[in-house]
Design a protein around this ligand. Sequence first.
Ligand SMILES: [Zn+2]
Length: 144
Amino acid sequence: MGPKRTPDQIKTKFETRFDKKPNGCWEWNWTLFWDGYGVFYADIDGCKHVRAHRVSYALYVGPISKDLKILHKCNNSKCVNPDHLYMGTHADNMRDLRDAGSLKGENNPNFGIVCTEEKKIKISKGVIKQLKERREDGTSDRPN
Ligand SMILES: [Zn+2]
């Protein structure tokens, strides 16, 4: 990763990697994950981020509470405009985006705890497990 960058250095680099669109979205013009989110590695306030929209939130809004997701109001996964992002839970995301905005951070038991490298590794393992399960599902060991 090289020497640790300051938030200003991270921001300067970050701002070369999206285009501001007429609709207000800041669309990522760099590498994307398989699920459509921008790739950007940054260590901000001791929290290691890998997704561009989370980096944007951490840079322009503030630290992200542990176990909370950064969601899009604009439903554009490539968008990194902090005005189009808000914090919510995975359940919010899956259930109903209208209700997600009502989550009050201070009522969440994890409020104020920022994510860690360990958390990132757990997420990665979880994703790998999901992918394995998906691959195994519907392939074999099924009764006729
Ligand atoms: Zn947007």
